[in-house]
Design a protein around this ligand. Structure first.
Ligand code: PGA
Length: 235
């Protein structure tokens, strides 16, 4: 069984839209483990039959940290997974050290960390370059952590869509994603390696018929029909 994680990012805008989308997804028949990561403020209104995840997590439980959300807070809303170190957060200044602390906090709270790597890559990079970059990034992000407790999502930054699954232009090849996934699995012994970046109902099988444990889905996860199709297939 593959794991398919919906990263809703900064969508939708209203509680009403959240309810409509969650209800539409509840009608889907899933053949995979599905996780939905809405914006944190909507966690409390999510009525879903799937697992819930957060898009971030802070490393302290409580204290003078304006705007942060901690593991014990997330757990009250049945959050079982946390996306950590997404490239869109790293672009805003999140460091490998902070990512490392967040992964540790998630594990301590028994929340499954979904550690995103791949920051800074361009489409021109060869496999070897990608791997040497990931070697460095993962060594920092996983320092002092039991890798068996971590799910890694490999997301080549150039492949992350602008949000519309039907306008996808660039996507990594399944061959490339598989080679990188095998590298991460063998070198770092993590629990699972997912692929993320412009995945949709059309290309999902190409990735999931390979040695790739699942997908982190952005744009396509906001389209109930598209995402329902992705999760209904037995890969
Ligand atoms: P995308 O986003 O599927 O819209 O490319 C993936 C992600 O950023 O996690």
């Amino acid at each position: 069984m593959k794991i398919i994680i919906a990263n809703w990012k900064l969508h939708p805008k209203t509680v009403k839209e959240v309810r409509v989308l969650a209800a539409a997804l509840n009608k889907a028949r899933s053949a995979n483990k599905v996780v939905i990561c809405p914006p944190a403020i909507f966690l409390s209104v999510m009525k879903t039959k799937f697992n819930l995840g957060s898009q971030d997590i802070f490393w302290q439980d409580t204290g003078t940290f304006t705007g942060q959300i901690s593991a014990p807070m997330l757990k009250q809303f049945k959050v079982k997974y946390a996306i950590i170190g997404h490239s869109e957060r790293r672009n805003l200044g999140e460091t490998d050290h902070e990512v490392n602390l967040k992964v540790k906090a998630a594990i301590a709270a028994k929340i499954n960390p979904v550690l995103c790597v791949g920051y800074g890559l361009t489409i021109e990079m060869q496999d070897e370059e990608v791997m040497s970059h990931l070697q460095e990034q993962l060594s920092l992000d996983l320092a002092g952590i039991d890798p068996k407790k971590v799910i890694v999502a490999y997301e080549p930054v150039w492949a992350i869509s602008g949000g519309d699954p039907h306008k996808t232009k660039k996507v990594a090849t399944p061959e490339h994603a598989e080679r990188v996934a095998m590298f991460i699995r063998i070198k770092f012994k993590v629990a699972k390696v997912l692929y993320g970046g412009s995945s949709n109902a059309e290309n999902a099988a190409g990735f999931l018929s390979r040695e790739i444990d699942g997908l982190l889905v952005g744009g396509a996860s906001l389209d109930a029909k598209e995402f329902s199709k992705m999760i209904s297939i037995k890969y």
